[in-house]
Ligand binder design. Structure first.
Ligand code: C2O
Length: 556
């Protein structure tokens, strides 16, 4: 079937937290935007009509985009932006994946308000879920961040000053766009309500759409059975807390098994960088689970708060999930063609033109920066990387280079303060890609580094799911880690939260020709260069090659 939508992106006037009404950018006048609902194998067609004052693109986060790389969406990677007043149609299939994905703007920080859910049910519909009990109802629960300031202006401040502390903490965490009534001045109509009936089962499709904050998610007096993550089924996993980094999704069953009453659903931040990192709001973003038969007025109970720096709880949840092994599903490739060791972290870098806050130390000016293997990624500005790739070497010369650095495993103590490490101290901005042959199998060790504090970076790969074979703390030690790889039922993800001060090992098969962004899903870090691009070469046939660009592809 074909699922067709029109997304009018435009101004929406909205007043939250007692602020004067503010103009945000939103799709079809709603926050969150519309849910795209499809069945596995469907074709999705979305007409983007840009009525906003900003350049716009939409990314279909987690969709493989096999054969449709022009529809992936990251600005300047797979397309030039859709300019104000212009249109573009995204056309792609949702094949070989089921569960919850989402869509968001992929330019500036505009995804703060331009986001929504993308739900992929089995071909047989909800009756064909490989878990039980079957839910009586499904709801999307989108966690977000709300700023009273204009997010486009915030992005300019962060980029021009290179100072993430210019990115003030969110003024509120939100559930389905609403902060909830624990914030000062947050009215009852700014609290999302979740009606339930005793003993019924609900499927919560939880999405973390926040710009910069991993979340703990709880419902007072209720527990969850996790059945999926990043649109891949998991072995059912019982928990009273869901941990979810920006970019990730979790599908969880919740039984309304508590006494008739009202209960808070609460999202609170996970941030291991404190006290050195930027501050954040200590108030929970909440929604209210309201039982049929309750008076609708009782003060809801709040779940016990998880400490903001509870890395044990975060690690336990994120590393305990395993895949539900189903017939016909891809399994972990056991032989590896290419091994990569890649650091992810923050550091100091060269100043860019227009950046105002550069310090000069000695002969060198520097600015806060972020990098992978010390290459700090800069988007091109004249043509998208996929266009440059498609039109061949003459077109790509001057747009990107194929020298993303290959690093040997562990040469430093990455957990030590990187500001004292000469190799990690300065990064240079560049647009480097790593070229992969069609069908090459890649194993990547993602190793966190530390400068102003340790952080868990949610690393997202476009165009693929990867298997997460192992995760741990400290410096990666292959001899100790490799024998413990899960090669039987590792979780499949498109975004892995690399443990704070630690590492994660992922594997994927480069079976999708195109230009695929890999980056930290903290927008502040993406902007500072915590990104790279895989250039996956064409396969032997037309079906395994990048197709010609659609006729309406925006030009820069
Ligand atoms: Cu959800 Cu490149 O992002």
């Amino acid at each position: 079937a074909v699922v067709e939508h029109t997304f009018n992106v435009g101004n929406l006037s909205i007043s939250q937290l007692c602020q004067p009404a503010r103009i945000i950018t939103a799709v079809n006048g709603r926050l969150p935007g519309p849910t795209v609902e499809a069945r596995e194998g469907d074709t999705v067609v979305v007409h983007l009509v840009n009525e906003s004052p900003y350049n716009m693109t939409i990314h279909w986060h987690g969709v493989f985009q096999r054969g449709s790389p022009w529809a992936d969406g990251p600005a300047m990677v797979t397309q030039c932006p859709v300019q104000p007043g212009a249109n573009y149609t995204y056309r792609f299939n949702v094949t070989d994946q089921e569960g919850t994905l989402w869509w968001h703007a992929h330019i500036s920080f505009l995804r703060a308000t331009v986001y929504g859910a993308l739900v992929i049910r089995p071909r047989g519909g909800a009756g064909a879920y490989p878990f039980s009990p079957k839910p009586h109802r499904e709801d999307t629960v989108i966690l977000g961040e709300w700023w009273n300031a204009n997010v486009y202006d915030l992005q300019q401040q962060v980029f021009l000053t290179g100072d993430t502390t210019r990115m003030p903490p969110a003024d509120a965490y939100t559930i389905n766009g609403k902060p909830g009534d624990l914030y000062n001045c947050s009215a009852a109509n700014q609290t999302y309500k979740f009606p339930v009936r005793s003993n019924e089962t609900y499927l919560l499709r939880i999405i973390n759409a926040a710009l910069n904050t991993p979340m703990f998610f709880k419902v007072a007096n209720h527990t969850f059975t996790v059945v999926g993550a990043d649109a891949a089924y998991t072995t059912p996993y019982e928990t009273d807390v869901v941990v979810i980094a920006p970019g990730q999704t979790v599908d969880a069953l919740m039984v309304a098994g508590a006494a008739v009453g009202r209960y808070y659903m609460a999202a609170s931040p996970y941030d291991s960088a404190i006290p050195q990192g930027p501050p954040f709001s200590m108030t929970n973003g909440t929604a209210i689970v309201e039982y049929a038969g309750s008076a609708g007025e009782e003060k809801p109970q709040l779940p016990p708060r998880t400490e903001y720096n509870d890395t044990d709880t975060a690690f336990r949840f994120l590393s305990n999930l395993t895949a539900l092994v189903l017939p016909g599903k891809p399994t972990v490739p056991l032989s590896v063609d290419t091994r990569m060791f890649v650091t992810v972290g923050l550091g100091n870098g060269d100043c860019q033109p227009k950046q105002t806050l550069c310090n000069t130390t000695g002969t060198r000016s520097r600015i806060f920066s972020a990098s992978m293997n010390n290459a700090s990624f800069l988007l091109p500005d004249a043509v998208s990387m996929l266009q440059a790739h498609y039109y061949g070497d003459a077109a790509s010369a001057g747009v990107y280079t194929r020298d993303f650095p290959d690093w040997p495993p562990v040469i430093f103590d990455y957990t030590a303060d990187a500001s004292d490490n000469d190799t990690l101290k300065y990064t240079t901005k560049s647009t480097k890609v790593r070229t992969l042959r069609y069908n090459e199998t890649v194993e990547m060790v993602l190793q966190n580094t530390r400068l102003i504090g340790k952080e868990s970076h949610p690393m997202h790969l476009h165009g693929f799911n990867f298997f997460v074979l192992a995760q741990g703390f400290g410096n990666y030690d292959e001899a100790a880690a490799a024998p413990r790889f899960n090669l039987v039922n590792p979780q499949e993800r498109n975004t892995v939260a690399v443990p704070t001060g630690g590492w994660a090992v992922i594997r994927f098969v480069a079976n999708n020709p195109g230009m695929w962004f890999m980056h930290c899903h903290f927008d502040a870090h993406l902007d500072l260069g915590l990104a790279m691009v895989f250039e996956v070469q064409d396969g032997p046939t037309a079906e395994t090659s990048v197709p010609p660009p659609p006729l309406d592809l925006p030009q820069c």
